[in-house]
Structures are given as C-alpha cells and as structure tokens.
Design a protein around this ligand. Structure first.
Ligand SMILES: Cc1cc2nc3c(=O)[nH]c(=O)nc-3n(C[C@H](O)[C@H](O)[C@H](O)COP(=O)(O)OP(=O)(O)OC[C@H]3O[C@@H](n4cnc5c(N)ncnc54)[C@H](O)[C@@H]3O)c2cc1C
Ligand code: SF4
Length: 334
C-alpha cells in the first residue's frame, strides 16, 4: 500500500491567513482543496510538499453561485464540489458544457470530494510519471521529477506531460475568467492564458496565488458542448477532450472556438478549425472542414492510454460529433 509521507497540515479560515501560511512554508508549501489529486501524487512522491494548506475552511472560497450585476457573468467559487457543479440546475440549463465537463470526471465518490478549483489547477499527467516511487526509480526517473531525461521524447529539452482536466478546455472555449489572489493583490486572467504548453511549468499562476473565483461569460446567443474520449465510461482521465463554443447570429455562425484537451500540455485552441465555421450555417461540408482542420494540429504523444495515432484520428470524429450536437440543439431552439 502506498502511504502518505509526514507533513504539516494547516487550516486557515481567511484568504489572508492562507497567503501568509504559504509565504511561511515557501516552495515546500502547497494548497489542497479536495485532495483527490494532490494526495495520490504525494503517495507516489512526485509532489512532495512538507506543508499542506487546506482551503476547506475559508468561507470566501465557498460562496454560492451568483450573477455579477455589472458584468452579468456567472460567478462560481473554486471550492464547489464537482458533484455540485454537475447537479447545479442553472449550469445544466444555461451552461451545459460546464455541467457535462464536471459530470464526466472520474466517479461519483471522487466528484463528492474533488473541487472545481482543484480540477482547473490539475497537474499534468504521463505514463512515466503517475507511478509509484519504486517504478519511477527503476527507470531512473524522468525530467518532470527527480530525473534528467524525457522517456516520451528522449531528445526533447521539455516535458510533454498531458493536460488532463476535463473542465480546463471547457473554460478556455467559453473564454471564462479566473480571479487570482496573491501577496500583491488580485488579478483576473482569461482561462486561455492561465495554462502553459509545458508539462512542468503548466500554469501561469504563481505558486502562492489562489484561485478565488471562476467567472463564466454572460449568455448572449452562444452555446457550447464538451465531448470526452476515455476507455471506460467512468473513472478514466480524458485521452482526448473536445470543447466547442459557437455564437449564433440567427442561423449563421458569428464566432467559434474549438479547444482540444488531452493532446498537449495545455488546452489547445485550434483557430483554424474555428475559422472554418464562421459565416456558415454549420452544414455537413463545413463540419467536415472544421473536423479536418482540428485533426492536423492534434499531436498526442505516446504517454497516456490508447495508441497515439488512433487518438489523433479520433480528434476528427469527436469534433464532428460536438459540432453536430450544437447544430441540432440550435435547430431545436431556432
Ligand atoms: C482515480 C482518479 C480519476 C480521476 N479522473 C479524472 C477525470 O476523469 N477528469 C479530471 O479532470 N480529473 C480527474 N481526476 C483528477 C482530480 O481528482 C480532479 O481533477 C479533481 O477535480 C481535483 O480537485 P481537488 O479539489 O481534489 O484537487 P486537489 O488534489 O486538492 O488539488 C489539485 C491541485 O490544485 C491546486 N489547487 C486546488 N484548489 C486551488 C485553488 N483554489 N487555488 C490554487 N490552487 C488550487 C492544489 O494545490 C493542487 O496542486 C482523477 C483523479 C483520480 C484519483
Ligand atoms: S513527458 Fe517526459 S519528462 Fe514529462 S512526465 Fe513524461 S516522461 Fe517525464
């Protein structure tokens, strides 16, 4: 059985306390929300904080979903559990991509503990990393933790670990905003700029910054969906995720965003696929053109489940399915 190492556990009740505790702990301190990712990573010794700062008792991170009257954005708190995100009636009706993205994560038990904030700050994953310490030691470790080489691309100077959060591509497609609180105050970052295409340095967030709010854009004629590829119907991380966002002008696509998850170290925007949609009615040839445009830049690496060429091929299929769903839904509402 894998055991947790010894660590100091701290329980702040305010944001200011949490930031102070993180400053005291320095680089060896980490925040924990539901702990469904951090604790398994600590058991495998690829994340090794000696101080863990729990966000569970900070009231400001547990506020009920609300609408900001000035921007009409829907504001979600990061400590919302994935179960609550998936079950929230307003999200299911008005932001179904968000509710679906949460609903397809792992299992009901994990969703009861796992939080929105933890999901959006999720570590990148790799077959050569998410293993016990002894397993990793047997291959002399790798660049992301304790070693020097990347086993996926041995001549590469960078780590290609995979962005594996289901909700991150959804937030990037929606152009949601994240509010971050740090020692220098608050800042707002568009979801698309929160992630980096680097398996080690995968967030633009500073280590001491806290995600305090997720702001979903006001509804104004747009719709979005999320489709996930995985081996089993539950439990498994995405090996491909497609988030598709479309703003309609009558029967015509006025704007679009397609974001791929699970094929790079960040949620990968594919502007060439979105460009194929604008000004069209999303007819079959358009859908095929957009699916083909997403297939080309989709470059999964050999570091997760399934054969990489099949995952690449499935990009085309999953983009097509997502767009057909949006077209059907729009037809029903038109
Ligand atoms: C068996 C299994 C299956 C899984 N399947 C999936 C899946 O299918 N899809 C998927 O997306 N995920 C999956 N996960 C990963 C994970 O459980 C979820 O992503 C979950 O939402 C993480 O939330 P948490 O609150 O438990 O995060 P934690 O483990 O508490 O934290 C994760 C990271 O986020 C940071 N963090 C958390 N909250 C904040 C905040 N407010 N501000 C700043 N940093 C913060 C922590 O410091 C840590 O680095 C799976 C995990 C397991 C063990
Ligand atoms: S992509 Fe390479 S460096 Fe990154 S975790 Fe995998 S093997 Fe390690």
């Amino acid at each position: 059985m894998l055991r947790l190492p010894a660590f100091t556990y701290r329980e702040p009740t305010t944001l200011a306390q949490a930031l102070r505790m993180k400053a005291e702990a320095g680089p060896h301190g980490m925040y924990v929300a539901g702990g469904t990712d951090l604790y398994p990573n600590m058991k495998r010794r690829h994340q090794e904080p000696t101080t863990v700062i729990s966000l569970a008792r900070i009231k400001a991170l547990h506020r009920k979903p609300r609408v900001d009257p000035s921007t009409r954005q829907r504001v979600l708190s990061p400590m919302m559990t994935l179960t609550d995100v998936a079950a929230n009636r307003t999200l299911r009706k008005q932001y179904p991509a968000v509710a679906t993205g949460a609903e397809v994560i792992s299992t009901p038990i994990l969703r009861n503990m796992g939080t929105l904030g933890g999901n959006l700050c999720l570590d990148t994953r790799c077959t050569y990393l998410n293993q016990s310490y002894e397993w990793r030691k047997a291959i002399d470790f790798c660049m992301k933790k304790d070693g020097a080489i990347c086993w996926v691309a041995p001549s590469s100077p960078r780590c290609w670990a995979v962005q594996s959060s289901d909700l991150a591509p959804v937030m990037a497609a929606l152009d949601a905003e994240y509010v971050l609180a740090g020692p220098d105050g608050e800042r707002v970052v568009p979801a698309g700029q929160f992630y980096r295409n680097d398996g080690i340095d995968y967030l633009s967030k500073q280590a001491d910054e806290l995600l305090t709010e997720v702001r979903l854009p006001a509804l104004n004629g747009w719709d979005a969906t999320y489709h996930k590829l995985r081996r089993r119907g539950a439990f498994d991380f995405p090996v491909l995720g497609v988030a598709a966002w479309i703003r309609w002008d009558g029967a015509t696509v006025a704007a679009a965003r397609i974001v791929l998850g699970g094929v790079a170290s960040w949620p990968q925007l594919v502007p060439e696929s979105a460009a194929a949609l604008v000004g069209t009615t999303l007819d079959d040839p358009t859908v095929e053109a957009a699916a083909q445009a997403a297939f080309k830049p989709s470059k999964p690496m050999d570091n997760t489940d399934f054969h990489l060429s099949w995952r690449k091929e499935m990009t085309r299929v999953w983009v097509r399915r997502a767009l057909v769903e949006l077209r059907t839904r729009h037809g029903r509402h038109a």
